[in-house]
Design a protein around this ligand. Structure first.
Ligand SMILES: N[C@@H](CCC(=O)N[C@@H](CS)C(=O)NCC(=O)O)C(=O)O
Length: 203
């Protein structure tokens, strides 16, 4: 069985959602990102020297890091789930295009907002960059239900996770109604609810 190393509400929520959406059996191992210790005991840096979640430990013991790679690996274990189109197709490249956009333009613009030593002006620039990207997302989501079409694929789990951090940083999504509607739509999915409950993010 694969094992997902996660921290509640962190970017590891994305592969956690994808695991539940895929139906692949898995177990969870909680990580303390400050102390780099595993909840069950043990040193997380021995699992991932980068000290970051998500990490997926495969059945054969291999370790896979980097969220965009992990979600595609999971989707490819269950191609019938439709969570990612077949590798090599233009539809798959569009999935990768979204994953790359989310990781580089959204995820890493949020990171300084969570660091206590980020200067206020830098935080302000990060928030402006995010607002600009949210404007783009809002236009795209005016055209379709999910990022790549009318069905949920792996970048939706990632976008939902990262855009969801807005609530911790006083960014009101009501400014972008299509994006807000999309967040509500993803949040209502039963497997998304299950993942959030398992991480203690929902009652
Ligand atoms: N490039 C990595 C970044 C992962 C990442 O930023 N993880 C954060 C949580 S959202 C983390 O583990 N932070 C702790 C740290 O960097 O020490 C990926 O895309 O998976």
């Amino acid at each position: 069985m694969v094992k997902l190393y996660f921290s509640p509400g962190a970017c590891s929520l994305s592969p956690h959602i994808v695991l539940r959406e895929s139906g692949l059996p898995f177990e969870l191992e909680q990580v303390n990102l400050q102390s780099k210790k595993l909840k069950s005991g043990g040193d997380f840096l021995e699992v991932n020297p980068k000290g970051q979640v998500p990490v997926l430990k495969l059945d054969n013991g291999d370790i896979l890091t980097e969220g965009p790679a992990i979600v595609q690996y999971i989707a490819d274990q269950k191609p019938e789930s439709g969570l990612a189109p077949k590798a090599g197709t233009i539809e798959r490249y569009h999935v990768q295009e979204w994953l790359n956009f989310i990781t580089s333009e959204l995820h890493k613009s949020f990171t300084p907002l969570f660091k206590p030593n980020t200067p206020a002006e830098y935080a302000q620039i990060s928030k402006e960059n995010l607002a600009n990207r949210f404007g783009f997302l809002d236009k795209e989501l005016g055209k379709r239900q999910y990022l790549t079409g009318d069905r949920f694929t792996v970048p939706d789990a990632y976008a939902f996770t990262v855009v969801g951090w807005s609530k911790y940083k006083d960014i009101d999504l009501a400014r972008w109604p299509n994006l807000k509607g999309y967040m509500d739509r993803v949040a209502a999915r039963p497997k998304v609810q299950e993942a959030m409950k398992a991480e203690g993010l929902l009652k």
